[in-house]
Design a binder for this molecule. Structure first.
Ligand SMILES: [Zn+2]
Length: 402
């Protein structure tokens, strides 16, 4: 039978989708398995089927899939040149998921579990990306879906969630309190709130690590740059590489570099002060809304894992984020959200701090699309429209083409 465990204090628990936290240290739980001899089935088209042996699923219900995963790993040749980087830099483009963010991998596993367990109502607490993802998969599975949005969720994110027909509830009040209450209310009325650190979501994020491993020619990247909000994504990616190591596919784990925006960086602050737990941020202020989490539920766990496996946290300013967002778009054709742009901003900062280190390669995990929040682009105000009358078009093009 499936068990869950706490990576922080190693307690083992019975699975309880209505309260997936350690009763001792409050860290989010993970699916615990001693199973060995897992195999890949790369002939399968869907990522859940390819890596089923690594997932806590006895079968994959194909009717619930939306084409998640299988996202491209793109080499950033032009940025390598601009940054004078003597090593390859890749982007794992998670914008290519069905609702344009990495969340779909997690939701895909959550929905498989929910339907197999006869759950009829699901929900999530989200700043936006997880809301759209949960609403889409809830629609596909025909489940009643309840989305609790932060009141400052962007206009684009609210619309792109509402379109799937879920119940959208905009909640005024403390985000940490909302997160906690969702579980209490969910248990009472039978709504499975699959929030950011849900153990099944983390199982979905492992698949990204497996894909990167194959896309790099069956090796782990030496450095992996990941935006950090709740901490669940980073933990899931690390779990993926830990399982690859345990199964003997890789010898070395990647160095994980977790990124946060300086305006809301509780894990970076704890890291810099050598603390073992985070101090919640009182007044988060950053345009990287997707990672603006003042009290990350996996904060303590992320710190422990980074100390244990040799990673690091780096904070970047909104100015650095906006520059990186523009560079990823104009040099590489990748229009990502500010949260994702922290990876490039962080890589640049990391290189300034470690000029002597020449990694074999670095992978930036691009977690979500820029289209879901256009306000930073609007604020930057550098997009110019050239007005031309039709008779003057040729003349204008000639002058531009010179
Ligand atoms: Zn614990």
């Amino acid at each position: 039978m499936e068990k869950w465990s706490c990576l922080n204090c190693e307690m083992i628990y019975e699975p309880d989708i209505y309260f997936p936290f350690c009763r001792q240290c409050n860290s989010p739980l993970i699916v615990w398995s001693k199973k060995k001899g897992r195999r890949f089935d790369l002939s399968r088209p869907s990522c859940l089927e390819k890596f089923k042996s690594f997932l806590p699923l006895s079968r994959i219900n194909k009717n619930l899939l939306l084409g998640e995963g299988n996202t491209p790993l793109i080499r950033l040749f032009r940025l390598e040149k601009k940054l004078e980087a003597p090593f390859p830099i890749y982007a794992k483009n998670e914008m290519a998921n069905p609702t344009h963010s990495f969340k779909d991998r997690g939701t895909a596993v959550v929905i498989q579990k929910a339907v197999a367990g006869q759950i009829k109502k699901i929900g999530t607490v989200s700043t936006g990306n997880m809301a759209a993802s949960t609403a889409a998969y809830g629609a596909k599975a025909g489940l009643k879906t309840f989305i609790l949005l932060k009141e400052d969720a962007s206009f684009e994110k609210t619309l792109s969630t509402g379109v799937y027909g879920a119940h959208l509830i905009s909640v005024k009040g403390d985000y940490g309190g909302l997160f906690k209450q969702s579980y209490e209310i969910g248990k009472k009325i039978g709504i499975y709130f699959a929030n950011s650190c849900d153990p099944y979501r983390l199982e979905g994020y492992k698949l990204t690590s497996f894909e990167i491993y194959f896309q790099l020619g069956q090796k782990a990247p030496e450095y992996l740059f990941v935006p950090v909000s709740s901490g669940g994504h980073l933990v899931g990616l690390l779990l993926g590489f830990l399982e690859l190591k345990r199964e003997g596919y890789i010898r070395q784990l990647p160095h994980f570099i977790g990124l946060q925006a300086r305006g809301c960086s509780p894990i970076v602050e704890a890291w810099e002060k050598n603390l073992t737990d985070i101090i919640p941020v009182k007044n988060p202020q950053t345009l990287a809304h997707a990672i603006s989490n003042p009290s990350p539920p996996a904060g303590r766990l992320v710190l422990k894992l980074l100390y244990q496996y040799g990673g690091q946290m780096i904070g970047v300013t909104d100015e650095e984020i906006m520059r990186a967002q523009a560079e990823l778009a104009s040099f590489e054709g990748l229009f990502c959200d500010p949260a994702s742009a922290t990876t490039l901003a962080g890589l640049k900062k990391w290189r300034r701090l470690n000029p002597e280190v020449k990694p074999r390669e670095a992978v930036l995990v691009i977690t979500g699309s820029g289209l879901k929040d256009l306000s930073p682009v609007k604020e930057r105000g550098k997009i110019s429209l050239i007005p031309v009358r039709l008779p003057c078009l040729e003349e204008a093009l000639v002058s531009l083409a010179l």
